[in-house]
Design a protein around this ligand. Sequence first.
Ligand code: SF4
Ligand code: SF4
Length: 74
Amino acid sequence: MKGTVKVDESLCKGCALCIPVCPKGLLRVANERFNARGVHPAELDDPAELCTGCEMCAIACPEAAITVFRAVKA
Ligand code: SF4
Ligand code: SF4
């Protein structure tokens, strides 16, 4: 794993701007649930751990709801 992201769902407004910018297509709208704002939040869907930590999604998010974590080389 090179990176991962955490979506703060309480901040997410469900705009989906983060989804097309991910080069790996790893973000999705959680259609099966709503957050406290009453929208479907974005979530990471990365079972194969393909996230590179490139930060494209975090940069695109107008709510600063996405935090990127990158693995540190030992
Ligand atoms: S950090 Fe990059 S690879 Fe990882 S979910 Fe965001 S846009 Fe996709
Ligand atoms: S860009 Fe931000 S606010 Fe919009 S869906 Fe993605 S995480 Fe939520």
